[in-house]
Design a protein around this ligand. Structure first.
Ligand code: ADE
Ligand code: ZN
Ligand code: ZN
Length: 261
């Protein structure tokens, strides 16, 4: 009995202690930090009282359960039917990530906003730029962004879902966030410039355009849960890493513009 308890306990403690996608949010923030202008770097440092962008990148996830911030839960994603165009989407006031990105970015530009408000907006912005690049955060209504698509990841019997595959299972690594950011951030200058020339709606549209690839796996056989493993990972890991890199480069570009003077 004791032995069983010990096994169960060790299983519980081996689960990731951190929210999904936490390292991924850090990676995006580190890539952004490495691409900031000197002036933007100073402004960010001042607004965050010396905290790093990476250290606040998952703050928006951590406050979802706080009653003060529970209204922000819907700010992390937007859903589209397969034939909807993100370009024609009218952001739902206080209701989706496209609205929240605009709200935070505008607040950061307001001379009248308090430092506290700007600090919150910066923490939200850093987080949401990453979230919208996760293809399933511009997801389908039908399966709530893949959360209702049950899968098994490689040979683990643990029940997982497609959303979590893209939140972090695909990019799981023993590397620390700094090293992973360096490994990923390899794009050429011209590629970076091309990525920068884009709107929030464009980022959502790119996520929606990845849908056929994200959902490209066979149906479950004999009522078994779909297993995603080596084949799926090989096909999609580079895509997930490209999304992290685009998010980082674009976050830096927006902060450089914001703090240009
Ligand atoms: N949580 C994260 N992404 C989501 C989505 N696309 N729909 C519903 N809930 C979500
Ligand atoms: Zn989030
Ligand atoms: Zn997610």
């Amino acid at each position: 009995m004791l032995r069983l308890a010990a096994i169960l306990l060790s299983y519980v403690f081996s689960l990731p202690a951190n929210a999904w996608w936490e390292k991924e949010h850090q990676v995006v923030a580190i890539i952004a930090q490495n691409n900031l202008s000197e002036h933007a770097r100073q402004q960010v440092h001042q607004l965050l009282d010396g905290d790093s962008l990476a250290s606040v990148a998952s703050w928006a996830d951590s406050v979802k359960s706080d009653p003060k911030w529970s209204h922000t839960k819907r700010w992390h994603y937007v859903n589209f039917a397969d034939n909807d165009s993100p370009q024609k989407h009218i952001p739902i006031p206080a209701g989706d990530i496209l609205w929240a990105l605009n709200y935070a970015y505008q607040d950061l530009q307001k001379p009248s906003a308090t430092k506290q408000s700007k600090r919150d907006s910066l923490m939200f912005f850093v987080h949401f730029v990453a979230d919208i690049h996760q293809p399933l955060h511009a997801g389908k209504f039908a399966d709530t962004g893949g959360n209702r698509v049950a899968i098994n990841w490689f040979n683990s019997p643990r029940k997982q879902n497609l959303h979590k595959v893209w939140d972090g299972l695909l990019t799981a690594t023993k590397m620390n966030a700094e090293d992973y950011a360096k490994k990923i951030d390899r794009a050429s200058k011209s590629q970076r410039v091309q990525w920068q020339n884009s709107s929030f709606a464009d980022w959502a549209e790119e996520s929606v355009e990845l849908r056929p690839q994200v959902y490209d796996f066979g149906a479950a056989k004999n009522d078994k849960t779909v297993k995603l493993g080596r084949w799926y990972s090989k096909k999609n890991k580079a895509v997930a890493e490209k999304r992290l890199q685009q998010a980082g480069v674009r976050l830096a570009f927006h902060l450089n513009q914001l703090f240009a003077k």
